[in-house]
Design a protein around this ligand. Structure first.
Ligand code: SF4
Length: 273
């Protein structure tokens, strides 16, 4: 049985940067605001190294607050500053660009539209920077039902698929005569999706590794399912040898928040089967 790793998989630039910043501040007095990435194993590891997790700033009176790669709204910076906390900003520069685009479009008097998932923390943070006025569209149906506006400003969640973005924008083009479109999709996501789809078309089984709460990992699994039998797992222990019976080729991909050591364990287990 041949085991093939996708050309692009695992940690992206923004996540690597966030983990590095968190590790540099592992002093027992640092906390990330929400889990640093959507990967429980990595969160546990950081906890053991001295970086805890808090859900909000209420209980913190001192120490360092680490803003994760998804970013937060302006209010959180103000609150942290008012409490005298040290801020380590690990917001991914691509997310920062989307946030600043939301701010700019809103200040330009446009109705801001974010193409993305309503409940995703990154989208929530971008929304906050739009002066909390953005409208979030997830589907083509949402865009079809969108009421016409005089001035529109369209941006995207960084992990949205390019295909979906174009489809939604096509509907919105009919809704205003004055539209600015800032395509804030991150290439890391597209690279991983493209490479995974290509590999899924060449193998019998795909293994997609990553947290179940990771939107980009779930999206990778959905794409691969279109091409071959696909299993979404968090770690090597979940991998059942039965899945690989009669498979000549097995492909492996992993979400942008999946650590290398977990990918390595799955790869080695496949080779042993
Ligand atoms: S997927 Fe892209 S936008 Fe998101 S953290 Fe990674 S590099 Fe940044």
């Amino acid at each position: 049985m041949e085991v093939i790793l996708s050309e692009y998989l695992g940690f992206c630039y923004g996540v690597k940067r966030a983990i590095k910043l968190a590790e540099e501040h592992a002093d027992g007095k640092s906390w990330t605001l929400g889990p640093i990435i959507h990967n429980p194993q990595m969160v546990e590891r950081l906890q053991a190294e001295g970086v805890g997790t808090v859900t909000d700033l209420t209980a913190l009176e001192e120490g360092t607050i680490i803003i994760r790669s998804h970013g937060v709204g302006p209010q959180v910076y103000k609150e942290a500053q008012a409490k005298g906390l040290k801020i380590v900003d690990a917001t991914c520069p691509h997310v920062k660009k989307a946030q600043m685009s939301a701010k700019e479009l809103s200040e330009d008097g446009r109705q801001v539209v974010i193409v993305g998932e309503k409940n995703h923390p990154e989208v929530k943070s971008i929304f906050e920077w739009s002066n909390k006025q953005a409208i979030i569209l997830e589907t083509e149906a949402d865009a079809e039902n969108f009421a016409p506006r005089s001035k529109l400003g369209i941006i995207s969640q960084t992990t949205v698929s390019g295909e979906n973005f174009v489809k939604i924008v096509a509907h919105l083009l009919e809704k205003s005569h004055d539209i600015r479109i800032l395509r804030t999709i991150c290439t890391a996501t597209e690279q991983r999706q493209k490479a995974a789809l290509e590999l899924a078309g060449q193998v019998d089984v795909m293994l997609v590794i990553g947290g179940r709460n990771s939107a980009n990992t779930t999206r990778l699994a959905q794409l691969c399912e279109k091409k071959c039998r696909t299993y979404h797992i968090e770690t090597a222990t979940e991998l059942s040898p039965v899945w690989l019976e009669n498979a000549n080729k097995v492909g492996i991909t992993a979400g942008a928040s999946t650590p290398d050591w977990i990918i390595g364990e799955v790869y080695k287990k496949c080779q042993r089967i």
